[in-house]
Design a protein around this ligand. Structure first.
Ligand code: SAH
Ligand code: SF4
Ligand code: F3S
Length: 475
């Protein structure tokens, strides 16, 4: 899953104003919802909004007039949590002037810290983990009646499959669809298995239905979300369960095809693929359908096999490079991005150099890069010493950032003169005359919109570039 800290955004309003106003007649209470973390968390916030709007809440973008403030939080790195704590202290000040204000914490930090933020630190009134959102109306009532409200139970079944998310801040063109929850991989650095629980897939029929409804409502791109989409599997919820012949299993390649067939004008993306599970079937399905975007996010984390072993990633450098070779063979035009961690426990200079060399070898289109941040209870915290000095972690991080910068720029330069099919996602903040959208490889293109409409496809000829964007004109 693409992360977040650097791409951190806040969603706090819904664009479905009309629906909200109608629902708000019930109790008129205002909800301010703030989201951090990965796309999954943003997708969950849309479930939360849906549940509470169903109870008569309306959403607001102004936290100072809210009756309930909910923060959907991330625990992936220490910094992510520090940021949330600072924000919570700020809201506590607001509560001093308005004692009725309810402050709640959702998501991964809620799950990780459980009652601590409520009982010990007294920063919140309500705590709800990622599988407890159906309980939010009840939890809010408990707070109103003066009780402490906590639900951090993780579930083996909850997928929120039947809840229609309220699309928050999406512009009406692109949307996320969660296809699974949780994670069964135990990457030693990662807190997600502890905060999100066991992996479970969602019924493909509900996924296809959601994609169809989005298309009918004018959406033209969906991103299928899971921590490890390659292990999507419907009908086998437990590993050793007997397969029911009446209900054949659906794997990720099949699901991808089912969604691609909703309409040729509906683009399909997905995130995140795991190198140990990514099979050629998925690649062939991508190659077969023009509307499945030619872009794969394949986090490598490290280019050194010994480090990968300590990370418990389940693959070696050679295996990973074989997967890259398969992508390039089956889809020569496919863009590839990655996640990198520098300064993991025991990482020697030579091991780090292998990360540098794999970046050069794969020539990623872009990368999300982080220095290692030890997380409580993870395998790495229990087994290894967090022994790389912060300054070294940071200088290694800077080195890979600089390298990626050069590679991204070279990729974009090589696009000059080419023409790409682009889905118009919106107009630029600076000028209504300029549109932005992405090509199939996920690169943002900027161009004069002319008479074209948001939500339509155009062909854009590229004439210029920056590190992150392509600039061109509709042809
Ligand atoms: N499921 C996805 C990752 C989700 S977390 C996958 O397996 O690829 C997103 C990224 O955050 C990870 O890929 C990793 O690069 C980074 N990350 C996770 N835990 C981290 C930690 N403890 N310190 C630094 N970066 C971390
Ligand atoms: Fe974390 Fe690994 Fe699961 Fe990704 S696959 S969420 S890195 S444990
Ligand atoms: Fe996502 Fe952060 Fe949780 S990356 S799964 S919100 S720890």
């Amino acid at each position: 899953m693409k992360d977040t800290i650097d791409l951190h955004k806040t969603i706090d309003e819904s664009q479905q104003g009309e629906a909200l106003m109608m629902a708000s007649n019930n109790n008129g209470k205002k909800l301010y919802l703030e989201s951090y973390g990965c796309q999954m968390n943003f997708s969950d916030s849309e479930i939360v909004a849906s549940i509470l709007i169903g109870e008569g809440f309306s959403t607001t973008r102004d936290s100072s007039i809210a009756d309930v403030i909910l923060m959907n939080t991330c625990s992936i790195r220490e910094n992510a949590e520090v940021r949330v704590r600072n924000k919570l202290s700020q809201y506590q000040k607001q509560k001093r002037n308005n004692p009725k204000l309810i402050i709640g914490i959702l998501g991964c930090m809620a799950e990780r810290l459980k009652k601590d933020l409520l009982e010990e630190e007294k920063l919140v009134d309500l705590v709800a983990g990622p599988d407890a959102y159906r309980d939010l109306p009840g939890l809010i009532q408990e707070v109103e009646s003066g009780q402490k409200a906590v639900n951090v139970l993780l579930s083996r079944e909850e997928t929120y499959a039947d809840i229609s998310p309220v699309r928050l801040g999406s512009g009406g063109v692109t949307a996320f669809i969660s296809i699974m929850r949780g994670c069964d991989n135990m990457c030693s650095f990662c807190v997600v298995p502890f905060t999100r629980g066991r992996e479970r897939s969602r019924n493909p029929e509900t996924i296809v239905k959601e994609a169809q409804e989005l298309f009918n409502n004018g959406y033209r791109e969906v991103t299928l979300l899971g921590q490890n989409v390659d292990s999507y599997r419907w009908n086998i919820s437990k590993k050793d369960e007997i397969i029911d012949a009446e209900k054949p299993t659906v794997n990720f390649a099949q699901l991808l095809e089912m969604v691609a067939l909703v309409n040729p004008d509906l683009r399909v993306r997905f995130s995140t693929s795991h190198p140990k599970d990514m099979v050629d079937d998925v690649l062939h399905t991508m190659a077969k359908h023009e509307n499945i975007c030619k872009y794969i996010h394949l986090p490598v984390q490290s280019g050194n096999s010994a480090v990968l072993k300590r990370m418990n990633r389940g693959y070696t450098r050679e295996w990973y490079l074989n997967r890259i070779e398969a992508i390039k063979r089956i889809m020569p035009d496919c863009a590839i991005s990655t996640d990198i961690i520098t300064g993991f426990c025991g990482e020697t200079q030579a091991e780090f150099e292998d990360t540098v060399s794999i970046i050069k070898e794969v020539k990623y289109n872009f990368s999300y890069m982080f220095f290692y941040s030890e997380r409580p209870k993870t395998l790495a915290e229990r087994k290894f010493e967090d022994d790389i000095p912060l300054a070294v972690k940071k200088s290694r991080l800077q080195e890979v950032i600089d390298l990626q910068h050069v590679l991204s720029k070279a990729h974009n330069k090589s696009n000059v003169g080419k023409t790409y099919k682009v889905l118009i996602e919106g107009t630029s903040k600076r000028s209504e005359k300029d549109a932005y959208g992405r090509n199939t490889q996920y690169v943002t293109c900027i161009f004069p919109i002319g008479a074209h409409k948001v939500g339509t496809y155009v062909n854009v000829k590229i004439s210029d570039y920056t590190t992150t964007t392509l600039i061109g004109e509709i042809v």
